[in-house]
Design a protein around this ligand. Sequence first.
Ligand code: S3P
Length: 430
Amino acid sequence: MNTDSTVVIRPARNLAGSLGLPGDKSISHRYAMLGAIAQGATKLRNFSSGADCASTLGCLKTLGVEWERTDGAVVIQGLGTKLRPPASALDCGNSGSTMRMLSGILAGQEFASELMGDESLSERPMARIITPLAAMGARITARDGGRPPLRVAGGGLKAIDYQMPVASAQVKTSLLFAGLFAEGETRVEERVRTRDHGELALRAFGAEIRRQKNEVRIAGGQKLRAIEATIPGDPSSAAFFFCAAALFPDSKLMIGQLLMNPTRARLLDLLISMGLGISITQLEEEHGELRGTVQVEGRSLQGTTIAGADTAALIDEIPVLAAIAPYTTGGIEIRDARELRVKESDRIRAVARNLQAMGAEVEEREDGLKIPGGQKLRGAEIDSFGDHRIAMAFAVAGLRAEGETTIRGADRAVISFPAFFEILESLLER
Ligand code: S3P
């Protein structure tokens, strides 16, 4: 990938329009992986267009799973429990979700496999899955006690009772996937509630799963059956447009078929509390996942503090919220966000550096940021730090800056949202 590609963002006057978005990345990964180990053909419409989900499909192919793209859908021929020993390493690209969640399935397979990733993924922490999967009986080795590449030798798993030390839906899902192959009932407890797509996806594919407060249980030995699904639009991609709309008091935006799962919709509550006009209509549910049409009307935006469980619920949306924080009246303070330092980039540092480049005052803290409101930004040269969400967040910040903003490494948007810049441009009024 050419990380030197640049996009120039010119200031805009307003934003208006209606659109639909590519399927949610978290759900696309999970449905693809479960489709691979289900019985029958799984048909997924509106599958995520991002390179991360293509990495998952690529790994599945290396594991002997046949799939094809037909009529805008991905059709996966499930192998029913047993994947094939791979002839080469599994390339997870930039995708932590692929590596962590697929490891759960590979822990249950009677063969050894290697998972590798790009430069950024090779630095991301994997001990969080290695420790519990090893406790279930998988033999896993990694570089430097916990960095990719990983070698997973699976089979002979036993259920565990596990309290997760980090709030991570990827880890929770990985353990529930491994639990399918374990003898006994696996129990995962989380201190902070994280997105529940793993639980809902397992249920959709026919598994029995029990949830009580912050704990989830799954019995081993269950068989999955294929599903047909239309994946709702990705709210973490919608976040860039919502925040762009929030910059202009006259903006009007409508996004249809958007994922409204309560564990992912915290941004809407937050933007309402900050003053944005938001209405939701046409709510429907498919396979337990809520979706609806969201209409947004711009108004002047107040400040807020994001901390505790809210930080976990908004983890992927914090970069763009931080990028628009200087334009709010009261500023935004972000706390309890140490996890942001081990995402596709160190997102606390990346946000602080780029806001400073645009002339903003910002306080960088070990586990967060404090960004005063009422500031004016000037166009600057922005470094994406190789991170899709940083590239897109600062494209949004540039819309109200004085002068042009140049986003270096803008093509990283392909990781989750290849059409981002095109769609953004089509909504702007200048
Ligand atoms: C995801 C969980 C989150 C999120 C990531 C997708 C998922 O990561 O940041 O983009 O699909 O489960 P963590 O599990 O590391 O919190």
